[in-house]
Write a new protein. Sequence first.
Length: 141
Amino acid sequence: MPQEDYLLRQFDQLGRALGSLLAGLIGSKGSGQVQDGIDTCIIALKEELDIDLGKLTSVPDSDFMDYLLGIKHFSNGHLGQLADIMMEIAGNRTAGNLKDEFTTKLYYKTLMILNHLEKTETTYSIERHLQIERIATILAE
């Protein structure tokens, strides 16, 4: 029982941290401080959740979902939040006319997460489907 309680607390903490980061990103977008929000989010991901986006985008495609599910122990809800964060960062970089290799990798890894969710979730999400289409269009450009 104590082990299960600990794991539940860890999952809850992860969800709250991801939600907080996403809210901060969206808030910085509304206040015009986009780059500051992105920088803060990237640092917080690394320091609070031990997620280095540079390393995350370098994980081989064949191992990517196993890494998130098996090593990082992300639930589908956490994956959705991470995909939203990665989409916000990539979208803001693209809006600033910065479509470099890192941004392209962020989009591609986000697409992998969203496709995984599309296959494994029991509830269909039109928003997720639209995100998949939007990323596919961006990557095709």
